[in-house]
Design a protein around this ligand. Structure first.
Ligand code: ZN
Length: 499
């Protein structure tokens, strides 16, 4: 079975809400059955995520052959995704995001569908569209019988193809990044669809099971905890991982390579599972080992500041490929070539700020990166290597010298999501807030935020509301000055020492 590439004359960017919702006269309880929208409404990524349903669980059985020619960096991936979901409206079809891989079969509650063109009209057919120019990569699954609001269904999708080195909109590597010895898998913001059919909307958190089959001798590491020992048969080894904490799709990983796994324990018996690639050597390996040895202490320190670590496990995956950044993949961040101390505490901080409480929309990214950077500052102060005022002053100097105050970090734009001001102006704003409301209201606000939105998503307005509640102050002007206005705000009086 092949890929169906349809002409997409009617599709332009920004019209996601209107697309795919062809009204249909069929109805139950008065509500029409419609096609689920091909996007979930994020203004930066109009076709990411999909409308009309909520995924409860992804079971991903992957079989991956890493490159045979280490200079070509092309692998072969085959997957069977079994997706359990609940309809949020009456549906005649629904979409998944899937980029650059060919679907070969679709079953809905065990019933095989045919490959056709009328999937969106409600039939037992599926179809696939790959439109790179519009970033429109959709699998449409017709539903017959149609799905009533509230109904559960299980959709099984077989797919596969060649893997390469996908790029995000800024030209950075992400998604299923094929490496010489395997794959380094880092999805943020929308790379998940390069390796599995997904409702790629951070708001749709789900649990995951991974069964990753790789040539014997390779190691595959995903989120959560190992489900038994790896099993080898006929030269292939299957690694199973269970991630039982609900997770946004940008935080999933299934990294493959020549890794050595080690097990450690954090506070209250928290399992720590680390994986270091055999290609990480010399000074980089020494620095990585020293930083990973601090993880248990870092967790204990952050639990003292922000309350209990939110997930079932932690650990690190340190790949030898030069993807150039680290990612806070849930329970198990991925690092490129080296895991240094500041980055390790940054990615650990994201487990509370980003992974447990996730931005509702990508424009709220400063809530992730501002907090993770501020947590680097807290840790450095705790370790006695740099005071908060000194780190704040460095950030302000950087922003002054690099035209950094012109970016509205509460809506930075799609291609500025990970630019330096999002991190540094974000962290500076948090320190200024702490100065304004005092330590007590600041840390109480952080804990209220984490408790209220644990396992869910929230916005900058939600964050402001929480801080207004614990401080009793109106913060509208403050947040406008520190996040949005295009000039440097008036500086606070800096006096904070260790809390
Ligand atoms: Zn970060």
């Amino acid at each position: 079975a092949g890929l169906s590439v349809l002409a997409l004359t009617s599709i332009g960017t920004g019209s996601a809400a209107a697309l795919g919702t062809h009204a249909n006269t069929a109805s139950a309880n008065g509500a029409a059955y419609t096609a689920g929208a091909p996007g979930s409404g994020d203004p930066y990524f109009p076709y990411d995520g999909n409308g009309g349903y909520d995924v409860l669980h992804y079971d991903l059985a992957l079989r991956y052959a890493p490159p045979t020619d280490p200079t070509a960096l092309v692998g072969k991936l085959n997957g069977v995704a079994t997706i359990t979901l609940r309809a949020k409206q009456n549906l005649q079809s629904l979409n998944f995001d899937l980029r650059g891989l060919d679907v070969t079969s679709v079953r809905v509650d065990g019933k095989a569908e045919t490959h056709g063109k009328s999937a969106d009209k409600g039939s037992a057919e599926w179809s696939q569209t790959q439109d790179d120019a519009n970033r429109y990569w959709e699998l449409t699954v017709g539903l017959l019988p149609k799905l009533r609001e509230g109904q559960l269904t299980t959709i099984t999708i077989e797919y596969g193809g060649s893997t390469g080195r996908p790029l995000d909109t800024t030209g950075a590597l992400y998604g299923w990044v094929t490496t010489a010895d395997g794959a380094m898998v880092v999805n943020e913001p929308d790379g998940a669809s390069t390796w599995y059919p997904v409702n790629d909307d951070p708001q749709d958190k789900a649990t995951y099971s991974f069964h990753i089959t790789v040539p014997a001798g390779k190691t595959a590491i995903a989120n959560g905890l190992a489900d038994g020992r790896p099993r080898t048969k006929a030269g292939w080894t299957t690694w199973s991982w269970e991630a039982t904490d609900p997770m946004s799709s940008y935080l999933a990983t299934a990294t493959v390579g020549d890794f050595t796994l080690t097990n450690d324990k954090g506070p209250h018996g928290l399992p720590i599972v680390n994986a270091i690639d055999s290609g990480v050597t010399g000074a980089g390996l020494a620095e990585t080992k020293a930083a990973l040895a601090l993880q248990a202490q870092m967790i204990a320190f952050l639990e003292g500041q922000f309350g209990r670590y939110p997930f079932e496990a932690f650990g690190a995956i340190v790949d030898d490929d030069s993807v150039d950044y680290a990612l806070e993949t849930q329970t198990r961040p991925v690092y490129s070539q080296v895991a240094d101390e500041a980055t390790v505490v940054h990615e650990l901080g994201h487990q509370w700020f980003g992974d447990s409480v996730t931005p509702s929309d990508w424009k709220d990214i400063w809530l992730n990166e501002g907090w993770a950077t501020y947590i680097e500052w807290l840790w450095a102060e705790h370790q006695g290597t740099a005071t908060i005022p000194a780190q704040f002053a460095d950030a302000v100097s950087y922003l002054d010298a690099n035209n950094g105050w012109t970016l509205n970090i509460a809506d930075p734009g799609r291609d500025e999501l990970f630019s330096a001001p999002v991190y540094l102006r974000g962290a500076a704003a948090l320190q200024a807030l702490r100065e304004k409301v005092g330590d007590k209201a600041f840390f109480a606000g952080a804990r209220l935020w984490l408790n209220r939105y644990k396992g869910s998503t929230a916005t900058t307005a939600d964050f402001q509301a929480v801080m207004e509640k614990t401080s009793g102050q109106s913060l509208t002007t403050f947040f406008n000055e520190w996040l949005r206005q295009n000039v440097r705000p008036a500086m606070p009086q800096l006096q904070a020492g260790p809390s």
